[in-house]
Design a binder for this molecule. Sequence first.
Ligand code: PAF
Length: 300
Amino acid sequence: MQINANSLSLQAVNFYNMNVFTTKQALQKALTPLREANSTVGFVPTMGALHEGHLSLIHKALDENDVVVVSVFVNPTQFNNTSDLAKYPRTLAQDLKKINTLATTKILVYTPEADDIYGASVSKSVFDFGGLAHQMEGKYRSGHFDGVGTVVQRLFEIVQPHFAYFGEKDFQQLAIIKKLVQLMKSPIKVVGCPVARAQNGLALSSRNARLTTEEQDAAAKIYRVLQSVKEKFGTENAIQIKEWVIHQFKNDPILMLEYFEISDALTLKSMRTKEPKTKYRAFIAAYVRDVRLIDNIALN
Ligand code: PAF
């Protein structure tokens, strides 16, 4: 069957053996009998341009639930830069094919338009994430986490999953979504999953599709630097490590460092002095041209 998935106008379509829903009503109608039969519902929210990282989240969700909802929606309210939103890859037909390779009827795909999520007004709420949104991504992408919080809250209300799966590549986002669930007083369990990497170590990201092979190889340096930071963490202090990292990117012809942080893995506050019982992570954001890449690593 040939479907131009970018122009799906029906509310529910059977694509190969997958159920694809374009409205929340159709999705909820399909979920109701499953819930009544006590099926556990796993949820993998995505913005599409699916890669192995997303597929690993879907695999985990399939292992741990009776049914899995995968949403594909490029959320306008989390982009603080209109050209980033315009250039974000939109590959719904390929995404559906990739999900189809998982060869299961346990997946329900939700591919809404903005009005199904937002109604007439595409706007974001303002959240108090208790300080988690003030640094790193929150500092450099103003309003980003309010946009993420708004869409994830709506998606959670629509799907009402038991478990929701997010990658640790967006570690700050993961922390914020755990906080969101607390603010919503929701029973949803948020599951963090390890960063999926290309062979050269580059963290998988939908944005990598915008890089040439040469740029992807150059960008693999981000992870190599993070691995060295992990080694240095045993013997050097945060200031020394930061200086070393800045130096690594100083004359790089392809990569431009935006920030490097060593932060408390729970509060995300910058590390000043190392506390013995605290878990720390190192975070990097860097640009290749206008393509922004982020990555992080557990240090202890
Ligand atoms: O991580 C993402 O892809 C997005 O931020 C999410 C969680 C799907 C919300 O739009």
